[in-house]
Design a protein around this ligand. Sequence first.
Ligand code: HEC
Length: 132
Amino acid sequence: MRKKMLLLVATILLSGSANAAQDTRQQIKMPEMMRDHLLALHEIQAALAAGKLDQAAEIAEQRIGMSSLTKHNASHMAPYMPAAMQAIGTEMHHAASRFARSAHEGDLKKALTDLSGITQQCVACHAGYRVQ
Ligand code: HEC
C-alpha cells in the first residue's frame, strides 16, 4: 500500500516536471509589469511633491507612457487581451504621455489632473478584468 502511494507520488512529480520542460509557451510578465506601474506612480507623486516636475514627467513617459510600449513587448501581449481591455491599456499609455507633457510644462495643477487621468485607467481595467 505504502509502496503504491510512493510510486503514485513519484509518477505525478515526474510527469509534472516533464510537462514543465516541454512547455515552450511564452510567459507574459503582467504582474511584474503591474507592480512597476504602481512603483512608478509612487515615484511620480514623490517627485511632484518635491517640485521635481521634469523627473515626474520622465518616469511617467518611460515606465507607463507611449515610450514604455516596446519595453513591455506590448505587441505580443495585445492579441491576448479582449479589445475593450486593449483600449483601456492604450488610453493609459496616452494618459501617461499627456501627464508627462503637462509636467514638463511645469503646470502642477494640470499635471495633477492628468495624473488622475492615468489612475482612472488603472481603476477601469482592474474593475473589469482579472487573470484568474
Ligand atoms: C489593460 C488593463 C490594465 C491596466 C490599464 C492596468 N492594469 Fe494592473 N492589472 C491588470 C490585471 C488583469 C491584473 C491582475 C488582477 C487580477 O487578476 O485580479 C492586474 C494586477 C495589478 C497589480 C497586482 C500585481 C501582482 O503582483 O499581482 C498591480 C499592483 C497593478 N495591477 C497596478 C496597476 C497600476 C498602478 C496601473 C495603472 C498605472 C494598472 N495596474 C493598470 C490589468 C490592468
